[in-house]
Design a binder for this molecule. Structure first.
Ligand code: KG4
Ligand code: ZN
Length: 343
């Protein structure tokens, strides 16, 4: 069965074709990063308008690259939430219209289910059950994944998501949007131990996170340093790198510490890390070190860590194959808890 996947929940237009027998056939992505960089963050109306411009050409592109005709598509999966309402609607409308024209089913997919299952696109896919550390711009969650569709939330951020904290701290340091990758690059030339920052919620036995206080601590340290009279340009450059490194290390320590706790509490040994922040090199290094404790660690390939159509095509394909579909009325869910997928 060939499924077209459409992702348009935020600032990336992602299209992909996934075949249940042959795997991923093709995928294409247009990132709106340059469009929003000017404003220092995503402008929802601009995002929706740009999705509208990209959806049809990218659909043609993935069909051409897979060597198939539109008529060969047997199901259309689209991100129905969570995300920006207008942006979600562009993909949903396109999916519904196309499915109607092709007389095939369409299905609204949960964006986070896409991220959770993204490592299944890799040759060495994890077996179930596993713990998923989902770290993106909008979410930081630890999920007990029993089977596809069976998700139990073990803990989550009570304020900022990890990616959001990366982005806000990067903005304060004058780095361009999206700040996560830029802050990580800057951290490479910094000393991780030079600026002491807190490890929020680590002293609590639960699996929740909080990154807002860490971001504020970083901002306070930055203001204290730049408020001094005798700081020269070279010292400021080094301080920024040290602060970036200290911040990154604090986030990584908390994410890995709580993931270890989730593995211990559930008795599981497989850890999947997905979502935009799973592209972070320092996080991967720390997670890879868990192998020494008998933990098997899985990630999506780098291009499938951030938003993409392939993960939506994959997540939708298995549900469509099981006979699920969404009705003709187009509706999206900007807020949609992952656990509500459980039947
Ligand atoms: O999953 P994603 O593409 O979008 C959401 O669903 O939110 O994640 C985007 C987030 C952004 O906050 C971005 O700064 C962060 O992932 N990110 C990173 C890195 N690459 C992307 N954060 C830290 N280090 C990275 N290398
Ligand atoms: Zn995402």
């Amino acid at each position: 069965m060939i499924t077209l996947g459409i992702e348009s929940s935020c600032d990336e237009t992602g299209l992909a074709l996934y075949c249940t027998e042959r795997g991923l056939l093709s995928h294409a992505l247009f990132s709106q990063v340059d469009l929003h960089a000017l404003y220092g963050g995503v402008v929802p109306e601009l995002a929706s308008r740009d999705h509208v411009r990209r959806l049809v050409p990218l659909t043609r592109q993935v069909c051409q690259e897979a060597g198939i005709q539109l008529a060969d598509i047997e199901g259309v999966a689209y991100t129905a939430g969570p995300g920006l309402a207008g942006a979600l609607l562009t993909g949903a409308m396109m999916a519904r219209g196309l499915a109607w024209a092709l007389q095939c089913p369409a299905l609204g997919v949960h964006h986070l289910e896409g991220h959770v299952l993204a490592p299944m696109l890799e040759p060495e896919a994890p077996e179930f059950p596993f713990i998923c550390l989902l770290v993106s711009g909008g979410h930081t969650q630890l999920i007990h994944v029993q089977a596809p569709g069976d998700y139990r939330l073990l803990g989550e951020s009570i304020d900022d998501a990890a990616g959001e904290a990366f982005d806000k701290t990067a903005k304060m340091l004058g780095l361009s949007y999206p700040g996560g990758p830029a802050l990580s690059r800057l951290a490479e030339s910094g000393d991780r131990a030079a600026v002491a920052l807190p490890r929020p919620m680590m002293d609590r036995p639960d699996l929740d996170f909080s990154f807002s206080g860490l971001k504020t601590a970083a901002i306070t340290r930055y203001k204290a340093f730049t408020g001094k009279d005798e700081v020269d340009a070279e010292q400021l450059t080094q301080f920024k790198a040290d602060l970036a490194a200290g911040f990154e290390q604090a986030v990584v320590d908390v994410l890995i510490g709580k993931s270890q706790r989730a593995l211990r509490q559930t008795g599981l040994s497989r850890l999947v890390i997905s979502g935009g922040v799973s592209a972070n090199r320092q996080l991967r290094k720390a997670a890879d070190a868990l192998v020494a404790d008998g933990v098997q660690v899985y990630y999506p390939r780098l291009e499938f860590c951030t938003d993409n159509g392939a993960m939506i095509a994959l997540a939708g394909a298995s549900r469509l194959q099981r006979g699920e579909s969404s009705d003709l009325a187009v509706s999206v869910k900007p807020r949609w808890p992952l656990e509500s997928l459980m039947v």
